[in-house]
Design a binder for this molecule. Structure first.
Ligand code: NAD
Length: 728
């Protein structure tokens, strides 16, 4: 069984077909590379072969490099990675040269590539080394180089080739942002050459008619000039200076891959092509050796996919949702109805008044209309999606629903009422889920006649944009309910984590202390600009004060009051409340009020509000940047460790993936547990001990972390494959 096969046609065109056995999508492995290389050698040496068409036996071309192989390559260290990458360069360069004499550029055989569908990562780098790329008319196909999204960059010549093909400026969105295009857009951008209804025939035809000049890449021809100018050209100079500033601003210096990519592009642009490939390989090796790329690949690719495929799904029969009931058509209910209908599920959307239910449905109309404007959605698709949503006040319409998600007011009495009303109509076997953010699931389940069928499915706002869904098991929640929730989340193409019932579940449990720590610092007289920048410079997408402005101060007040009522004497956040309540009294309710910790002008954020300094004067001595960062990160991470120790989280993969997708926890780190591993448990203990000596219990070192440090262990070494803390 091989990944590549070759078939020489009577017309002299050899078709090399990539079809990895047992996989729905081709991924490249080192063995695959070796097979491809041998087949190309054979074709180039065979006098009967006039040229090659490289294609895929699947509906797509390829999904990229097998990231597990990349993880393995690392084990051999930098030298092994560099040697491996140079070997890939050699194969792709051989395809590009196709047997031609390097001096006369004559004697090569044409090699075309046919993309029936998606072509990502190495799945595009390989075509880029061919002489002409033909794609099928397939608007669903995605073409691009998304490596940057998992903390690496295109390191098999994609960076060097794309920049030489289209210039640094035009290549920037594809390399630096991992922008993906459909075939038409990829052709318009100049990434591929032709889009055709019958790309095989077109490619075959091209191979049979190609001239020797057609095979010579611009960068191999005499007098080649980089499009848009090389770095020392006046126009090129502006591009590189601008790109450098843009990357620094966007990454805050915490994503090594973006900077390395830019270095490879800049340095590569100054030297001939083959030297540029070596430079690309060096920077790529450097990035692969950085623990950030290991952590990002593990969390954002390997583990995210494992969770989506049901790593923690109970082994019960398929629980696909056929008909969904959504109770409450407010902000969350409307979003849940839209994403579900969009995924092909029939939805009954209920609110207390017909007007409110219709308003919820109109939310879907709004999103679909935006999609039409952006040409992502057709009128037919809009009609189809809206046709699946029935907006009503009539609970009888819930008959036959196999899942109901409740998103009414955050009030136990209202929730109990709608639970009873729905259960009176839905089948015995149906699952009832609540989207509550703050109320314990086991408490709400008391209103249910079937607590084994009662579960939490916690979405994040806005539902259509946020990819994490927290599934919460109450005390009596059964396996079928968990499987139902997981199958539902899978159908709407989001990423699930499954946690046990505890105050604020997982995500909010960690993010609230982050916000609170920022506010505490304000009360201590730390310059708010230092607080916000410290957070961003360590990779948090929003500083804690901006975050509270976005979510609103009054929500903070509400949560603080409810938490205090529930915790009584043990409530630890009085210092935070003093600031938050005072802000609320000043009417500074956050972004929605155009006034918060920041100033706003019609929703546009300005500088920090100066009035804060009058109430909370800045201390003469300000803390070190790293001290502020340790406080802001540690306070979240320790909550994650405690959640794991206490069995709220049962899998650190969920802790890492959930943190990045749920609240944007420093993605470069791979998540809270991965961050502790990068830091080293011993150093983490040192930091916690120092912080807890100064600030008290919230920084106390958890016993589990201390144990990991004492044994020279790491979280991922001990619990990596999904092992639970209790198993330790
Ligand atoms: P919302 O106020 O926007 O919507 C609630 C809707 O429920 C309203 O349209 C209201 O008319 C309707 N409703 C109230 N009583 C009803 C009844 N008896 N029958 C039918 N409909 C009724 O609130 P939201 O922000 O959408 O939050 C809803 C739930 O989702 C809450 O439990 C909240 O904790 C949770 N949640 C909210 C967020 C968020 O960011 N807003 C995030 C996650 C979870």
């Amino acid at each position: 069984m091989t990944d590549f096969t070759c078939d020489l046609g009577a017309d002299g065109v050899a078709v090399i077909t990539w079809d990895v056995p047992g996989k729905s999508m081709n991924v490249m492995s080192l063995e695959g590379f070796a097979q491809l290389s041998a087949l190309v050698d054979g074709c180039l040496a065979d006098p009967a072969c006039k040229g090659i068409v490289l294609t895929s036996g699947k509906k797509d071309f390829a999904g990229g490099m097998d990231l597990n192989v990349i993880a393995k390559m690392r084990e051999g260290g930098a030298e092994a990675i560099f040697a491996g990458v140079m070997q890939m360069h050699a194969v792709l360069r051989k395809i590009e040269r196709a047997g031609m004499d390097p001096k006369t550029l004559k004697g090569g055989k044409p090699i075309a590539c046919v993309l029936p569908g998606t072509a990502l990562g190495i799945g595009l780098e390989l075509p880029l080394s061919c002489h002409r790329i033909f794609a099928a008319e397939n608007p669903k196909a995605k073409i691009g180089l998304p490596e940057i999204m998992v903390g690496i960059f295109p390191g098999a010549g994609g960076t060097t080739r794309l920049v030489r093909k289209m210039g640094a400026m035009m290549a920037a969105p594809f390399l630096l942002e991992g922008k993906l295009s459909d075939p038409k857009a990829a052709k318009a951008a100049g990434i591929i050459d032709e889009v055709s209804a019958d790309p095989m025939a077109a490619a075959r035809d091209w191979v049979l008619n190609a001239t020797e000049a057609d095979l010579v890449k611009p960068w191999d021809a005499k007098g080649y000039k980089m499009p848009g100018g090389a770095p020392y050209h006046p126009a090129g100079f502006m591009t590189y200076v601008g790109a450098s500033a843009m990357v620094s601003a966007k990454t805050m210096g915490v994503y090594p891959a973006a900077k390395a990519l830019l270095s490879a592009v800049y340095e590569g642009a100054l030297v001939p092509f083959d030297q540029a490939l070596r430079i690309e390989a060096r920077w790529f090796t450097k990035v692969l050796m950085n623990p950030s790329s290991t952590a990002m690949i593990r969390s954002l690719f390997i583990n995210k996919e494992a969770l989506e495929k049901g790593a923690n799904r109970p082994k019960v029969a398929d629980q696909s949702v056929k008909k969904l009931g959504v109770l409450g058509a407010g902000m969350m209910g409307a979003g849940i109805a839209y994403v579900s209908a969009n995924a092909g599920i029939e939805v009954v959307l209920i609110d207390a008044s017909q007007e409110a239910a219709e308003r919820g449905k109109a939310y879907a109309t709004g999103i679909l209309d935006k999609g039409i404007q952006r040409r992502k959605v057709t009128e037919a698709k809009k009609a189809e999606v809206l046709g699946r949503i029935t907006a009503t006040t009539d609970y009888a319409a819930l008959a036959g629903c196999d899942l109901v998600v409740e998103a009414v007011f955050e009030d136990p009495a209202v929730k109990a009422e709608v639970t009873a009303k729905a259960e009176a109509v839905i089948p015995e076997t149906a699952i009832f889920a609540t989207n509550t953010s703050t109320l314990p699931i086991s408490g709400l389940a008391k209103a249910s006649q079937r607590p084994a069928h009662f579960i939490g499915i916690h979405f994040f706002s806005p539902v259509d944009k946020m990819n994490l869904v927290e599934i919460i098991k109450g005390k009596d929640t059964g396996e079928v309910a968990v499987a139902k929730a997981l199958d539902f989340v899978r159908a709407i193409r989001k990423t699930p984590i499954v946690v046990n019932d505890a105050r604020f579940f997982y995500a909010n449990r960690c993010i609230i202390p982050y916000i609170n720590e920022g506010i505490r610092m304000v009360a201590e007289g730390v310059n708010p600009v230092l607080i916000e920048n410290a957070a961003k410079l360590v990779g948090m997408p929003l500083g804690p004060l901006q975050l509270v402005d976005e979510t609103s101060i009054d929500l903070g007040v509400k949560i603080a009051k409810a938490t205090k009522a529930a915790m009584g004497e043990a409530y630890p956040d009085g210092a935070v409340d003093a600031v938050v309540f005072w802000m609320a009294e000043q009417g500074r309710l956050g972004k929605k009020a155009d006034a918060g910790f920041y100033t706003y002008d019609a929703g546009k954020r300005g500088g920090m509000w100066e009035g804060l300094a009058a109430q909370y004067p800045r201390a003469a001595a300000q803390p070190e940047l790293s001290h502020v960062q340790h406080r802001l990160l540690m306070v979240q991470v320790l909550e994650a460790v405690r959640a794991f120790e206490q069995g709220v989280l049962t899998d650190i993969r969920e802790g890492d993936v959930g943190a990045i997708l749920g609240w944007g926890f420093a993605p470069w780190s791979g998540g809270p547990f991965a961050w502790l591993d990068i830091l080293g448990a011993a150093r983490a203990v040192e930091i916690c001990d120092a912080l807890s000596a100064r600030y008290g219990a919230r920084f106390e070192t958890p016993a589990l972390l201390r144990d990991i440090a004492a044994k020279g262990d790491s979280f991922h070494a001990r619990f990596g494959g999904g092992a639970a803390a209790k198993a330790a």
